[in-house]
Design a protein. Structure first.
Length: 154
């Protein structure tokens, strides 16, 4: 087989499917969330992360979400302007919390997010969903090793 005959075939390449699904989730979710709630997918992720880890700092949110600090900062600025998030500096750090309006928006968005997940997983049994989540968690655990991989120079 020559080098011209070798290629990554999307239908056999896990990263291609993960990328396609991730892009579709982000683009579709962002369009829907912007139209329906006037916030995008990154703001949804930040709201959800704060609900799950109230009092987190922006740096902690970035680590939890795998987003860089400029995306987190931009989202927090928008959410703060809309009075959905507050910053508590009383403990010597910038702890983030949702306001009552932030919790209300989160809860409305959560219904949509969970329904989208349900549609995405149509046709999967409970056992298949459990296995899928296990596989995805295991792949995620392999990400640091994958990103540390450096091929030897020729």
């Amino acid at each position: 087989m020559t080098h011209r005959e070798r290629s990554v075939r999307r239908e056999d390449y896990v990263p291609a499917y993960l990328s396609l699904i991730s892009n579709a989730l982000s683009w579709g979710g962002s369009r829907l969330f912007l139209r329906r709630f006037n916030v995008g997918i990154n703001e949804w992720r930040v709201l959800s992360a704060i609900v799950n880890a109230p009092g987190s700092t922006a740096a902690r949110l970035g680590a939890l979400l795998g987003l860089n600090k400029s995306v987190i900062s931009r989202s927090l600025r928008l959410l703060g302007t809309r009075e959905l998030v507050v910053v508590d500096t009383s403990g010597g750090r910038r702890a983030l919390y949702l306001t009552e309006a932030g919790h209300e928006l989160h809860d409305r968005m959560l219904e949509v997010a969970l329904r989208r997940e349900e549609i995405l997983l149509t046709g999967f049994t409970v056992e298949e969903r459990t296995r899928l989540l296990d596989y995805l968690r295991r792949m995620y655990e392999n990400v640091p090793a994958m990103n540390a991989y450096e091929p030897e120079a020729p």
